[in-house]
Design a protein around this ligand. Structure first.
Ligand SMILES: [Zn+2]
Length: 88
């Protein structure tokens, strides 16, 4: 009985130590990220590869792979070639 109880305590203690280590590590990681990566947070890279909605009153940025505007639902794939020619 006592042996079983001490076994349970050991298991709980091990789990607690592991948990504390995990929390400490994640805190350190967050700290390191906030110190090292200060001002280096890349601003949404998908904006660079986006298609602007051709709808006059929308103009929302959509992922290049998108077929329809995520804001107004206008088809984006329709005149892609024409827009590419205009760009180039
Ligand atoms: Zn739109």
């Amino acid at each position: 009985m006592t042996l079983k109880l001490s076994g349970i305590i050991v298991v709980l203690a091990t789990g607690g130590v592991g948990f504390i280590l995990w929390v400490a590590l994640s805190l350190l990681r967050n700290l390191a990220r906030s110190v090292l990566g200060h001002g280096e947070q890349s601003p949404a890279p998908q904006i660079l590869h986006s298609i602007q909605c051709c709808h006059k009153e929308c103009g929302a940025d959509n992922p290049r792979a998108a077929r329809f505007c995520r804001r107004c639902g206008t088809s984006l794939a329709g005149d892609t070639a024409g827009r590419w020619q205009r760009v180039a």
